[in-house]
Ligand binder design. Sequence first.
Ligand SMILES: [Mg+2]
Length: 373
Amino acid sequence: MGWYLHIDMDAFFASVEQVLDPSLQGKPVIVGGRSGRGVVTSASYEARKFGVHSAMPGFQAQKLCPHGIFLPNRRRVYSEFSDRVFAILERYSPTVHALSIDEALVDLTGTERLFGPPLKTADAIIRCIEAEVGLPSSAGLSTSRVTAKIAATLAKPHGLIYVPSGSEEDFLAPLAVELIPGVGPKTHKALNQRRIKTIGDLLKHAELTVRYLDLGASSERHHHHDHSIGNETTLDKPVIEIARMEKILWELVEEVGGRLRGEALFARCLTIKIRYANFQTITRSRTLPAPTCFDKEIFEIVSDLLRQNVSPGRAVRLLGVSASGLRSSGWQEPLLNRDKRTAYEQLYKGIDKLRRKYGEDAIGAATPRNRAG
Ligand SMILES: [Mg+2]
């Protein structure tokens, strides 16, 4: 039997800022969205009381929390803190999956001999991060990865939820289906139409359980089944020119591509979201012949989707890109040119390394047309 600890830092960027400047402790700290354009990337729990949350447009956060302390993103600083947290996790397990800059799945299977029962280890890890790095985190401990993730979500902020072996279903049954990672609003609606509101309802349908909530040891295979990785931005001024939209699209693509590569995933389907100034919103998707995680390939598809679907002359106020149909390998398809893929992999490894080192703007200045790759 395996033991998985899903650990997620609480309000990560905002907490880092509070560690670096103790006068910010206990205050509503909001990272990102300072200019009104762009989105909040992290909000301290003090700011969340006012309804501010990450991914919220900056202007909205400013309205909800006018006395909030708005700070710029400092990716490089957050990366350094992230490295320190991961270094601690790696002391306790040889298998640490980074799910994002502030979220990890730590495989505690077989660590009993060295560190004692998994619950004791989980507690030690959280205390250690707090003592050495100064940051609060929350975690879920379970025999299944999905359950561990859900438990970590419920444990927030600053908690640890342990789901003993054999009690997974009892723990999950009363919970709402939208707590399952990967169940977005669309799936949520579809499930609700089938009167599936709780995870307990879902468990009565074997095929849906496998699809959304694989509790078995093979969860790796289905883990990302309905999961998607996306990014969108509200424009401070509506945009009419396609070239400008493409520039914004490229920034979104870089972020989505970076996250795919960070999670070692390839996308089979790409979706673009366009919202016009009158709030009419359209989404258009395309399934790819071969899965990808490379910015250039993603950009080619989404810019094509943009050109084919945007109404000429209409002002656009929001653009979004998302990747779905995620899988852990891009090599299964007969169509691809393996040499090209290998070259891309090397190139993007370098790009991601630079971005981690120097921040996301380090190599984001070039326009889509004259970029390498
Ligand atoms: Mg977090």
